[in-house]
Design a protein around this ligand. Structure first.
Ligand code: FES
Length: 59
């Protein structure tokens, strides 16, 4: 795992969150958010890429 990147684990995965919710994913590889920015927590939604301002012309 690289700093600022999601934790990639082999699926299926079941995650129990601190509030007691249980989330599951049946994907072969599951990206778990470790940056805290994801709107789909605990799953990564690529929001970790938004850590710096975009340059003109950059997608
Ligand atoms: S690690 Fe990808 S959105 Fe948090």
């Amino acid at each position: 795992m690289l700093p600022g990147e999601p934790l990639l684990v082999e699926g299926p995965v079941t995650v129990e969150l601190p509030d007691g919710r249980v989330e599951t994913s049946d994907r072969m590889t599951v990206a778990i958010c470790v940056c805290g920015r994801s709107a789909r927590h605990p799953w990564c939604d690529a929001s970790h890429r938004e850590t710096r301002p975009r340059r003109p012309g950059e997608e």
